[in-house]
Ligand binder design. Structure first.
Ligand code: PLP
Length: 450
């Protein structure tokens, strides 16, 4: 690798970064991260900070997971790649698919379609949903319903069901036949409803209205995150996902749970669906599946959908969809090792325990800093929403929040800013001491910048 000076000098010049303006990145080049160990990362200047972002909601096992590294090295020696397209398969892809269907048996998942990440998994689920209805002889069912503020990746299908204008406007026109309904967000919702149970009912009624307006027999699927992540850690009321399941059942609509963030323990349960006690028809997973050590994802298929495909005698059942890296043997080996470690360390339980400590500490921060308008947590996913004024909930100035993030970094804690939210999604191996360190860093960041 070239030397440090070359990297600093070149930095953002040849790269266009995801989710960033190229000119802004050139003007203010990003931090270059060089090393990781445990829950820490070290930048090019040798600064070691605790990573409260967990890479990007994905490095659940931290940066020193030897079993994953070993599994990758062993698989590279044995077979670095072979295709999973019709006619061939590999050992790790078979084993990973088996592990996944065992893992998500309580959610009713019986088959896995392997992908290279979350956007691929969402795209796969949307396509399979449409195909399912063709097999069932209801080819008018092509539309999708989704939540405003939801995030489902950046392929055209995923961007179309995304509920945030930032990820849509520059790429329109998107997929036709996609409709969005309000998210059950107690802090900001169009009904000004703060009671969670009432809000869930209002949002459910809204979904019913939209279905009646569109015609249930035109809707293929409803997609939602069990806890909305990128949209600002919006934790739905306890009853909401069950209400959506009931509505979908009543109208024969497929339910897709996008578990790319919530899968594998982040919320304190092995999945967001399990957290809320719901069985979706399909699930999308990625991120923690290989803890960030390899790009990997999967779309999981529930028994009803699987049965339709496997019993199909029409011309519609063959899957005309897939990726060169579907079932990549090295990625699958990484995934198998990551899942084994995740289970061995009971990361769901640790996320629940550390999450409670984090939530309590963040509430204390809220009482100390007037800039904190709202704190939202579920397990080890959290958002601190910053406002210029608590009464009007006016959003905080962009420069101020960037300053807070920098000051927090200077205090030894990496956080991520999304809109007017500080987003936290640390590795799930976090200790109680790490929780204290993270909150102290944010406290210092808030104090320094205000
Ligand atoms: N779905 C959800 C809920 C996500 O949070 C993300 C990414 O953050 C995606 C899909 C897209 O995943 P990827 O970035 O791996 O394509």
């Amino acid at each position: 690798m070239r030397d440090k000076n070359f990297l600093i000098e070149t930095n953002a010049k040849p790269i266009w970064h995801p989710m960033a303006h190229p000119a802004e990145m050139r003007a203010q080049p990003p931090r270059i991260i060089m090393k990781g160990d445990g829950v820490h990362v070290t930048d090019i200047d040798g600064r070691r900070v605790i990573d409260a972002v967990g890479g990007l909601w994905n490095v659940n096992l931290g940066y020193s997971c030897d079993p994953i590294k070993q599994a990758i090295a062993d698989q590279l020696d044995a077979l670095p790649y072979y295709s999973g397209f019709r006619g061939t398969s590999t050992g790790p892809s078979i084993e990973l698919a088996y592990e996944l269907t065992e893992w998500f048996k309580p959610e009713g998942m019986v088959r896995a379609f392997l992908t290279s990440g979350g956007s691929d998994s969402v795209e796969t689920a949307l396509r399979l949903a449409r195909q399912y209805w063709k097999i069932k002889g209801q080819s008018d069912r092509t539309k999708f319903l989704a939540l405003k503020k939801g995030y489902h990746g950046t392929h055209f299908g995923g961007a179309s069901v995304n509920g945030n204008a930032n990820f849509r406007r520059n790429y329109e026109p998107l997929l036709p036949g996609v409709f969005h309904v309000p998210a059950p967000w107690t802090y900001r919702n169009p009904f000004n409803e703060t009671d969670p149970a009432k809000l869930a009912q209002l949002c459910a009624a809204n979904i019913e209205d939209e279905i009646a307006f569109q015609g249930a027999d035109t809707i293929a699927a409803f997609i939602m995150e069990p806890v909305l992540g990128a949209g600002g850690v919006i934790v739905p009321p306890d009853s909401f996902m069950t209400l959506v399941r009931e509505i979908c059942d009543r109208h024969g609509i497929l339910m897709i749970a996008d578990e790319v963030v919530t899968g594998f323990g982040r919320t304190g349960a092995w999945s967001g669906s399990r957290l809320w006690g719901v069985k979706p028809d399909m699930m999308t997973i990625a991120k923690a599946i290989a803890s960030g050590y390899f790009p990997l994802g999967a779309t999981l298929i529930g028994d009803k959908v699987a049965e339709a495909f496997e019993a199909d005698t029409t011309s519609f059942g063959s899957i005309g969809h897939g990726y060169t890296y579907s079932g990549h043997p090295v990625g699958c080996a990484a995934g198998i090792a990551a899942l084994a470690e995740t289970k061995r360390l009971r990361l769901d339980e640790n996320a629940a325990a550390r999450g409670k400590e984090l939530a309590t500490a963040l509430e204390e921060l809220k009482s100390k800093h007037v800039l904190v308008g709202d704190v939202r947590c579920k397990g080890l996913m959290a958002a601190i929403e910053l406002v210029a004024d608590r009464d009007t909930k006016k959003v905080i100035d962009k420069k101020l929040i960037a300053g807070i993030a920098d000051a927090t970094y200077d205090s030894g804690v990496m956080i991520r800013v999304s809109g007017n939210n500080i987003i936290l999604s640390p590795p799930l191996i976090l200790s109680a001491v790490d929780v204290v360190t993270i909150v102290q860093g944010i406290d210092a960041g808030l104090s320094a910048a205000t």
